[in-house]
Design a protein around this ligand. Structure first.
Ligand SMILES: Nc1ncnc2c1ncn2[C@@H]1O[C@H](COP(=O)(O)OP(=O)(O)O)[C@@H](O)[C@H]1O
Ligand SMILES: Nc1ccn([C@@H]2O[C@H](COP(=O)(O)O)[C@@H](O)[C@H]2O)c(=O)n1
Length: 628
C-alpha cells in the first residue's frame, strides 16, 4: 500500500494555508490585559496547566478549544500542541516518512525532554521558544516560535500523559476517549484536507503504526487521567470540566496594589525612624539620586509648576531625560580599549562591553525617555510595554509588549542589560510588572536599571523589598503618596487614572500621523499586534495575537449606541472555530467614559488613584496634548 514519495510531496493547498491562519494552537489568546501573575513578593504564581491526551483525531484539539472558549473571561489562555515537538529527522527518515515507513506514533518520536522544559517554563511564567514542525515536509523547521504570558495552558497531544515528568506539571489530566473507527474516519478527512495526504497513504500509515501505538501507548495512558471525556456528544462532560477549572482559576485571582502601597508606607516609616538624614533612608536601596544641584532643582521647579506651558514642559523633560540617561550609563560596564589617533598614536581608552544594552519604555509615560536615550546612544534598540491600570480594580494590566529580539532569545537574554524607562513611580506596581516581564525573559535583576524622573519614597521601599538588586536612577524622591478620588480624565499624576484613555489616544495618534520615536514605537506595536504573524505555507504553527491594541485601533469610529448593544458587538467571533472571545471589559469602560466625556465635556466617572505628591503632573498627557 505504500505510496511514492513524490505523489505526496507537493500538495499543500491554499485551503491548508487558510486553515493554518485560523489555527489557534501555540498562540496566547489575550482577550484583555494580563493582570498580575505574581504575588506582592514579586514571585510568579504558576499558570494552571491542563494536559489532554487521546488518540489521533479523537477530538483533543476540539475539547481544548471548547475549554478556551468557555474561559473567555480569562485574559491569557494558550493551547500548546505536542505536534510541534516531533523530533528533527534525518534526510533518510524524511524519505521514509513520505513512504509511510517512519514510525511517528512511538513515544520516542516526540522530543519529550524539550516538551517538558517548555511546559515547565510556561507554567512558571517564563518566556519560551518552541520548535515549529511541518506535517507537509515531515520535518522540524529552522525557525522557533516565541511564547510568553499565559495564565492557563492547555497542553494536548497523543502522548501528553505519557511521561511522568510531564504528568507532574499538570493540574488536571484529561483523556479523550473515542471509537477507533470514528478516529480513523476523521483522520482521513483531516489529513487529506489539511496535511496534504492521500487516502491510501493514510491507511498504510494507520495499519503500520497508528493503530498499534494507540493500543500499546495512548489508550493505556488513560489510567493517569483525572477525567475521561468522550470524543463525541461531549457537551455535558466539557461543561463539568470547565466548571471545575473556573473554580480553580478564580481562587488564584490577585489584587494587591493597596497592599503594596501600605507595605511601602510601613517600611518607609521604619527606615525613616532609623535614619538621621533623608538620603540615609535609601542608602542600601540601589538608588542613584541625581546630584541636587541648583541647575537640577531649577529644572524640577519648572516641571512641577502647574503654570508651565506645554512647550517648556517638553523641553525641560527632554533635558532631564538626558541627565538621567547619562547618569544611568555610568552604571553600565565599560572595558579598557586601545585605539590609534589620526596622529598614529595609541590611545588607551574605554568602550562599552559587548553585552547588548537596550531600552524598554513603559508606555505611556516612558516615552520622553526614549528621546533622551536615543540622543545619548544613537542606535540603541528600544522596546515597549503597554501597562495601564484596570479602571475597576486599579491593578496594573499588561496590555502588550514588544521587546527587542535579544530579550526574547533565551540564548542572549542572560547577558542583556536593560534601561527600563518610566517617567514616575508611585506605588511601584507598574514598574514591578515591567521588571517581572524582564525577569520572565531571563534578564538578571542586576542587569536592570530603572530610569525615572520622580519616585514616591513608598514605591522605592516596595520595589526594593521585592527586587532588591534592581537599580533605580532618579532626579527626585517625593515624600507623599496617597489614594484619591479623581476624575477619569484628571491630569493628576497617578498610576491609575486616564491611562487607558491615553493608550487609546496614543494609538489613534499613530494611525493618523507619521511620527517619530515614541509614536513609531507605539505604531510598531500596533502593527505587530494587529497583523497575524504567519509562518510559511503549510506549517502547523501560526501566531495570532488578539489584543486590546487591535480593539483600540478600531475604536476611532465608536458609536453612541447604548452600552448593552456595544457589549454584544464586542464579542469577537473567530472565523470558523466559533470561539467567542469577549472584548475587553476595560475597553468597554473606556468607550463609556469617552462617550460621556464627548457629550458633557468631562467624564463623570471618578476613579481611585494613587497620587505622588508634590508631583509634577501627568507627563503622558502633557506630551501628547490630551484634552483634559
Ligand atoms: N465532539 C465532536 N463531535 C463531532 N466532531 C468532532 C468532535 N470532536 C472532534 N470532531 C472532529 O474530529 C476531527 C478531529 O478532531 P481534533 O479535535 O482535531 O482531533 P485531535 O486533536 O485529537 O487530533 C475534526 O475534524 C473535528 O471537527
Ligand atoms: N510527520 C508526521 C508527524 C506525525 N504524524 C501523525 O500525527 C498524529 C498525531 O497528531 P494528531 O493531531 O492527530 O494528534 C500521529 O498519529 C502521527 O501519525 C504524521 O502523520 N506525520
Amino acid at each position: 500500500m505504500s505510496t511514492q514519495a513524490t505523489s505526496q510531496r507537493p500538495r499543500m493547498s491554499r485551503r491548508r494555508t487558510q486553515a493554518a491562519s485560523r489555527t489557534d494552537k501555540n498562540v496566547v489568546m489575550a482577550s484583555h490585559g494580563r493582570a498580575p501573575w505574581y504575588g506582592p513578593d514579586g514571585k510568579n504564581i504558576e499558570a494552571y496547566v491542563i494536559g489532554i491526551a487521546g488518540g489521533s483525531a479523537s477530538g483533543k484539539t476540539s475539547v481544548a478549544r471548547a475549554i478556551l472558549s468557555a474561559l473567555n473571561y480569562i485574559p491569557t489562555v494558550l493551547i500548546l500542541s505536542q505536534d510541534s515537538f516531533y523530533c528533527a529527522h534525518t534526510p533518510e527518515e524524511v524519505e521514509r516518512a513520505f513512504r509511510n515507513e517512519l514510525d511517528l506514533d512511538h513515544p520516542d518520536s516526540i522530543d519529550m525532554t524539550l516538551f517538558a522544559r517548555c511546559v515547565r517554563d510556561l507554567k512558571q511564567g517564563r518566556a519560551t521558544e518552541i520548535p515549529v514542525y511541518s506535517f507537509v515536509h515531515h520535518q522540524r523547521m529552522p525557525e522557533k516560535k516565541y511564547i510568553y504570558g499565559a495564565s492557563v495552558i492547555i497542553v494536548e497531544g497523543i502522548m501528553a500523559l505519557q511521561s511522568e515528568e510531564l504528568r507532574r506539571l499538570y493540574d488536571l489530566k484529561v483523556f479523550v476517549n473515542c471509537d477507533s473507527d470514528l478516529m480513523l474516519a476523521r483522520r482521513i478527512i483531516r489529513d487529506t484536507k489539511e496535511r496534504g495526504r492521500d487516502v491510501e497513504g493514510i491507511l498504510d500509515q494507520y495499519l503500520r503504526f497508528v493503530k498499534s501505538s494507540y493500543d500499546n501507548f495512548v489508550q493505556p495512558s488513560s489510567r493517569y487521567a483525572d477525567i475521561i471525556v468522550p470524543g463525541f456528544s461531549n457537551q455535558v462532560a466539557i461543561e463539568l470540566l470547565v466548571t471545575h477549572i473556573k473554580g480553580q482559576i478564580d481562587s488564584r485571582s490577585l489584587r494587591f496594589r493597596n497592599v503594596l502601597a501600605r507595605m511601602g508606607q510601613e517600611e518607609g516609616d521604619k527606615a525613616k525612624a532609623k535614619s538621621t538624614c533623608p538620603t540615609e533612608e535609601f542608602q542600601d536601596h540601589n538608588l542613584v539620586l541625581l546630584e541636587q544641584t541648583n541647575q537640577l532643582l531649577g529644572i524640577m521647579t519648572i516641571l512641577r509648576d502647574e503654570e508651565t506651558e506645554r512647550g517648556d514642559f517638553i523641553f525641560y523633560t527632554d533635558r532631564l531625560a538626558t541627565l538621567v540617561v547619562e547618569k544611568a550609563l555610568t552604571l553600565t560596564p565599560f572595558q579598557p580599549t586601545t585605539i590609534t589617533t589620526p596622529l598614529g598614536v595609541e590611545y588607551h581608552g574605554m568602550a562599552p562591553t559587548t553585552d547588548p544594552l537596550v531600552g524598554v519604555s513603559i508606555l505611556r509615560s516612558g516615552g520622553p525617555f526614549s528621546y533622551g536615550l536615543r540622543r545619548v546612544i544613537r542606535d540603541v534598540q528600544i522596546g515597549a510595554m503597554l501597562i495601564q491600570s484596570d479602571p475597576k480594580t486599579g491593578e496594573p494590566l499588561l496590555l502588550s509588549s514588544d521587546l527587542p529580539q535579544c530579550i526574547k532569545s533565551r540564548q542572549e537574554s542572560e547577558c542583556v542589560r536593560v534601561l527600563l524607562l518610566d517617567s514616575q513611580m508611585g506605588t511601584g506596581a507598574a514598574a514591578m510588572m515591567a521588571i517581572r516581564v524582564l525577569l520572565d525573559h531571563g534578564i538578571p535583576q542586576p542587569n536592570i536599571i530603572l530610569l525615572t524622573f520622580l519616585v514616591a519614597r513608598q514605591g522605592l521601599h516596595s520595589l526594593h523589598r521585592v527586587f532588591p538588586q534592581v537599580r533605580i536612577v532618579t532626579a527626585a524622591v517625593d515624600q507623599d503618596l496617597h489614594e484619591a478620588q479623581v476624575p477619569l480624565h484628571s491630569p493628576v499624576m497617578g498610576e491609575a487614572i486616564g491611562e487607558a484613555d491615553l493608550a487609546v489616544h496614543l494609538v489613534n495618534e499613530v494611525s493618523s500621523s507619521e511620527r517619530t520615536s515614541e509614536y513609531d514605537l507605539v505604531g510598531h506595536l500596533v502593527n505587530e499586534l494587529s497583523n497575524s504573524e504567519r509562518t510559511s505555507e503549510g506549517e502547523e504553527e501560526t501566531t495570532i495575537v488578539e489584543s486590546d491594541m487591535n480593539e483600540m485601533n478600531g475604536m476611532n469610529d465608536m458609536d453612541e449606541r447604548d452600552g448593552r448593544d456595544e457589549m454584544d458587538d464586542n464579542v469577537l467571533k473567530l472565523e470558523q472555530t466559533e470561539f467567542r472571545i469577549q472584548r475587553s471589559k476595560v475597553m468597554e469602560d473606556l468607550k463609556f467614559s469617552r462617550k460621556h466625556k464627548n457629550e458633557r465635556g468631562i467624564s463623570p466617572t471618578l476613579k481611585r488613584a494613587w497620587v505622588v505628591s508634590p508631583g509634577m503632573g501627568h507627563i503622558g498627557f502633557v506630551f501628547l496634548d490630551v484634552e483634559v
